[in-house]
Design a protein around this ligand. Structure first.
Ligand code: NAP
Length: 290
């Protein structure tokens, strides 16, 4: 069965719009998200456009701060300092990746954790580790929300997470092993140094692929009946596509959908859920301030 992240995200956005309208009617401040976009990377520009459009849909004010790829680290840190002290802005994101002259860790550490709606700051990640209230990182948050909305049992399941990035694989492995629902999984993390990847993937009741390798996971690597969550977004050339390329995930959807019990498509799976998680975090940031 296809897990329709796009449809689920539409439903959540409708719920969020009602919640935000109600919050504003009761005198709350309308939430405001700012997005900092550095350079002209086509994928980043498209992600940020999607985020801004979704803000409009739910009634969140948005501001786009666009800077050239040549920006210095000091200039970017000045922008972050301004956002930290701007009372109008409840939360903001700095779209990754950043150009080579800028150290992503330095940037992340400079973000006020109270405005870190991407949930990348160590304070928020640390709070997540301890099970405390926090801004959960948007993509893992979106994935656990999808599992929850589809009533997919996670307790006692063996979840294999392919990829150990700081923004997806590692935080997701923490969330799924938490002592709560969704959670209570036994989690294995697989990465580029793992031996016998196929044997490990075949043991997964829940398989999450987040490595950025087009169609890496083939049907002979998946246990029949497994739940498959595809996080990857990869561009592959396609002369028949209007833009000359199409987007595919890390999973061979055609083959794997025949044996998986549930599977997320790309596009239309995890991507839209990442955006709604960001919107949820922004509302939370505005409500926390009051
Ligand atoms: N849908 C969404 O909203 C969303 C959000 C974020 C990212 N993404 C997509 O998800 C994918 C992963 O992004 P990311 O930022 O999490 O990852 P990343 O920082 O690019 O890291 C990739 C991870 O995959 C591992 N890896 C790479 N090739 C491998 C291989 N052949 N076998 C086993 N492991 C391998 C790497 O291992 P090492 O650690 O050993 O190098 C690393 O842990 C990308 O396609 C990205 O565009 C989608």
């Amino acid at each position: 069965m296809k897990i329709d992240g796009r449809q689920t995200s539409i439903e959540i956005k409708e719920e969020l719009k009602l919640e935000i309208d109600q919050w504003v009617e009761q005198g709350g401040k309308r939430p405001h998200l700012a997005a900092v976009l550095v350079g002209e990377d086509a994928a980043s520009m498209s992600y940020v456009r999607g985020k801004i459009k979704s803000c409009e849909k739910v009634g969140i004010v948005s501001t786009l701060i666009k800077k050239p790829a040549s920006i210095s680290q000091e200039e970017l840190l000045d922008i972050i300092d301004d956002l930290n002290s701007n009372n109008e802005v409840d939360g903001y994101i700095v779209q990754l990746p950043l150009p080579g002259q800028i150290d992503e860790h330095t940037v992340t550490l400079r973000i006020n954790p109270e405005k870190d709606v991407d949930g990348f700051h160590p304070q928020n990640l640390g709070r997540m580790m301890l099970g405390l209230d926090t801004f959960l990182p948007a993509t893992p948050f979106g994935i656990v929300t999808l599992l929850d909305r589809y009533n997919i049992p996670t307790e006692g399941k063996h979840c294999v997470v392919l990829g150990r990035s700081n923004i997806v694989g590692t935080p997701l492995s923490v969330l799924l092993s938490r002592k709560r629902n969704p959670g209570n999984c036994t989690v294995t993390i697989v990465h580029s140094r793992t031996k016998n990847i196929k044997e490990i993937l075949l043991q997964a009741d829940i398989l999450v692929a987040a490595i950025g390798r087009a169609a890496f996971v083939q049907s002979d690597m998946v246990k029949p009946g497994a739940v498959v969550i595809d996080v990857g977004i990869n561009r592959v050339d396609d002369i028949n596509a209007k833009r000359g390329y199409r987007l595919v995930g890390d999973v061979d959807y055609t083959g794997v959908s025949e044996i998986a019990s549930f599977i997320t498509p790309v596009p239309g799976g995890v991507g839209p859920m990442t955006i709604v998680s960001l919107l949820k975090n922004t509302l939370k940031a505005a409500q926390r301030k009051s």
